[in-house]
Design a protein around this ligand. Structure first.
Ligand code: ATP
Length: 247
C-alpha cells in the first residue's frame, strides 16, 4: 500500500512540483449543515496530468469537487489553483479562473440547439466549436437539434463539450460515464483518451476501473472523507481494491 505520506510526484517525466503544480488541496474539511462530510482531503494535480479521484459511494468525491468549485464551500483547509488561494472565492469567480466542471447529471439548456448550447459557454482559447465537434462527431451530426431530443449519453457529450468550450486549464469530470449505454460510454472513453493525449489537465471520478486505470497518471482514494491512499494505477493491487473500492 502507498501510504498517504508517500510522495505523489511519481511520473518520471514530471518536473518538480513547484514548477508544474496546478491544483493543490490540503486538509479539506466540509460540512453539510451540522454534518461533516470531509475530514481532511489532500489531492493535487500537475499540469498535463490526469488524476483519478476514487472511493466507494458516499466517501466524499462529489463533495470534494463541490468544495473545489465553491459550490459547498469548505470550512477548513487549502484550495490553491495555480498558486492562488481560491477557497473563499464565489463559484463564478473560480470557474472564470480556468476550472471547467462536468457535474453529475449533465446539465444543459434543453430548449437550445446543440450548437447553441456549445456557443453559450464559449470563451477564447484553443477549444472552439470545430474542435469540440471533432472530439464528439455526434454533436456535429446533431448540431441543430434541440438538446432535449438527445439521448442521455449524447447529453453527457454535450456537457463535456460545454465545459471544454470554456477552455478550462483544469477539467473536472464527475461520473461522466455513469449509467450510459455501452456504445456511448465507449465513445466518451475514446474522447477522454484523446484529451489525455492532448495534455488536458483533468481530475476524473469514475467507477469503470478497466477504462479509468489505463488512462490516468495517478490515483487518489477517499475513505470516509479522508485521503486514504494515493499512488500509481499499477500500484492499485487487489488488496487495495478490496480494502478501499470494494471490488
Ligand atoms: P457517490 O459515489 O455515491 O457519488 P461520493 O464519494 O461522491 O459518493 P459524496 O456525495 O461527496 O460522496 O458524499 C459524502 C458524504 O456527504 C456522504 O456521507 C453523504 O451522505 C453526505 N452528503 C452528500 N450530499 C449531502 C447533502 N446535500 N446533505 C447532507 N449530506 C450530504
Amino acid at each position: 500500500m502507498a501510504p498517504v505520506t508517500k510522495s505523489v510526484r511519481t511520473r518520471a517525466s514530471a518536473k518538480p512540483t513547484w514548477e508544474t503544480e496546478m491544483l493543490r488541496i490540503a486538509g479539506l474539511e466540509t460540512f453539510y449543515g451540522p454534518s461533516q462530510a470531509l475530514f481532511g482531503v489532500d489531492l493535487d494535480v500537475a499540469a498535463g496530468e490526469m488524476v483519478a479521484l476514487m472511493g466507494r459511494n458516499g466517501m466524499g468525491k462529489t463533495t470534494t469537487i463541490r468544495s473545489l468549485f465553491g459550490l459547498t464551500p469548505a470550512a477548513r483547509g487549502t484550495v490553491e489553483f495555480e498558486s492562488r488561494d481560491v477557497r473563499r472565492l464565489p463559484a463564478y469567480r473560480i470557474a472564470r479562473l480556468g476550472l471547467g466542471l462536468v457535474p453529475e447529471g449533465r446539465r444543459c439548456f434543453p430548449n437550445l440547439s446543440v450548437r447553441e448550447n456549445l456557443q453559450a459557454t464559449a470563451r477564447a482559447g484553443e477549444w472552439g466549436l470545430a474542435r469540440v465537434e471533432r472530439l464528439f462527431p455526434r454533436l456535429a451530426e446533431r448540431a441543430t437539434q434541440s438538446a432535449r431530443t438527445l439521448s442521455g449519453g449524447e447529453q453527457q457529450m454535450l456537457a463535456i463539450g460545454r465545459a471544454l468550450m470554456t477552455n478550462p486549464r483544469l477539467l473536472v469530470l464527475d461520473e461522466a460515464t455513469e449509467g450510459l449505454a455501452p456504445v456511448i460510454r465507449k465513445e466518451i472513453w475514446v474522447a477522454i483518451r484523446t484529451l489525455k493525449e492532448q495534455g488536458q489537465s483533468t481530475l476524473i471520478v469514475d467507477k469503470t476501473l478497466s477504462e479509468l486505470l489505463p488512462v490516468v497518471d495517478r490515483c487518489i482514494i477517499l475513505e470516509k472523507g479522508l485521503t486514504a491512499w494515493r499512488g500509481l494505477p499499477s500500484e492499485l493491487d487487489d488488496t487495495i481494491r478490496d480494502r478501499y473500492l470494494g471490488v
